[in-house]
Design a protein around this ligand. Structure first.
Ligand code: ZN
Length: 74
């Protein structure tokens, strides 16, 4: 389970939409249209499902420098 993210068209930064989904389920979901309030721009952005992706926090942990460091021999 992850958070559905979109790219802010104003700043290019990833912002959470507040939606949650599983990556495979989201990928196979029908195309839809949604609107998300962007806290950076203080405005609503409209987006299509194909522009969005699912961000899974446990992946970030696995790829973090700290996790990579822990795998190195002492
Ligand atoms: Zn924005």
């Amino acid at each position: 389970m992850g958070v559905v993210m979109i790219k802010c068209p104003g700043t290019g930064r990833a912002i959470p939409t507040g939606m949650k989904s599983e990556r495979d389920r989201f990928r196979s979901s029908p195309v839809f249209f949604a609107r998300t309030f962007c806290s950076i721009c203080q405005t609503n952005h409209e987006w299509f499902a194909r522009e969005a992706w699912v961000h899974e926090p446990e992946e970030e942990w696995r790829m973090s420098p700290r996790a990579a460091f822990a795998l190195q021999p002492a």
